[in-house]
Design a protein around this ligand. Structure first.
Ligand code: GLU
Length: 298
């Protein structure tokens, strides 16, 4: 049987300009797609309209263009896809695997912490909510079983969702669909076969694989790139004051990204087009450093 056509994506949240860390995910996903002769899609993950801005989305796309990224098809915006998420949510609801939860953040704050540092959900509303309490969010039931997957960079990963996370929110108390849910619906709808992204999302992957199974779809292949962190081991982000990437001289920045990943490009060229050609032909995901975090000096 022929292999399904490769379709990758870059899915930035427009909460600020692109910085070195987001550029690592953009470059890794782009090169892996191009090296496979595949397609590469850009999706603006603005499902959380409380944190995202249109100005950041514009700035991200402009920077990608200046760096010579060429994406396939129109850019997709999560903020315009609520009806699609609602449809998929109804499927979960009709199957009786999501339930209304009345717990507030404050109530859950006392619970032990889960794998991602958020309070573990211990299943309080799983059997129904008690009288006088109102539904706030909707949670997906998770299995009392391990989920294992093979990451192309980080190797075999296993998580026990019930013990490490608990039933998780798919529809938030403020009426917005949760990241974990929207990302899976979009990846299914867009036919994404390969996800290459930062290792900060490694912990989220078993939740996403579980969602694929609940929606009767086969999960894509995953590769989690080392995350660029500062000297305090914090992810580079707007909150940690990571500088925005400057667009006026892209080649040195792209060189830095590839060296950071462990695939330095030594040839001497200032041409962006030549650089991309070299980078695509040199791309070998097997050579990417098998680490979850690397300190970035930029
Ligand atoms: N929107 C997420 C972020 O910017 C990435 C989601 C993903 O790649 O699955 O961190």
């Amino acid at each position: 049987m022929p292999l399904p056509h490769y379709r990758g994506r870059f899915a930035p949240s427009p909460t600020g300009d692109l910085h070195f860390g987001s550029m690592v995910a953009a470059v890794g996903s782009y090169l892996d797609a191009k090296a496979h002769g595949g397609e590469w899609i850009v999706r603006i993950e603005d499902v959380d309209i409380t944190r995202c801005t249109q100005a950041s989305a514009v700035s991200i796309l402009k920077t990608l263009e200046k760096f010579g990224f060429e994406w396939d098809g129109p850019v997709v915006y999560q903020s315009q896809r609520t009806a699609i998420y609602q449809d998929y949510f109804n499927t979960l609801k009709n199957r009786g695997i999501v339930y209304g939860c009345a717990c507030s953040r404050k109530e859950l704050a006392e619970n032990p912490k889960g794998i991602d540092g958020a309070p573990l959900y211990l299943g309080k509303c799983r059997q129904g909510i008690t009288d006088g309490r109102a539904v706030r969010s909707w949670r997906l039931q998770v299995p009392d079983d391990a989920i294992t997957f093979e990451d192309r960079i980080q190797g075999t990963q296993t998580q026990h969702l019930a013990q490490d996370v608990g039933d998780f929110v798919v529809l938030r108390a403020d009426g917005l669909f949760a990241y974990q849910f929207a990302v899976v619906v979009d990846d299914i709808e867009q036919g994404i076969t390969d996800i290459i992204r930062g290792a900060d999302l490694l912990d989220s992957t078993p939740r996403q694989i579980w969602l694929y199974r609940c929606l009767d779809h086969t999960p894509p292949s995953y590769a989690h790139l080392p995350l660029a962190v500062n000297s305090h081991q914090e992810k580079l982000s707007k909150q940690t004051l990571a500088p925005s990437v400057a667009s006026h001289d892209p080649v040195p920045m792209l060189r830095n990204v590839l060296s950071f990943l462990g695939i330095p490009i030594n040839a001497d060229t200032d041409s962006l087009a030549d650089f991309w050609k070299l980078a695509i032909s040199s791309w070998d995901i097997g050579k990417v450093y098998k680490k979850q975090k690397i300190e970035s000096f930029l």
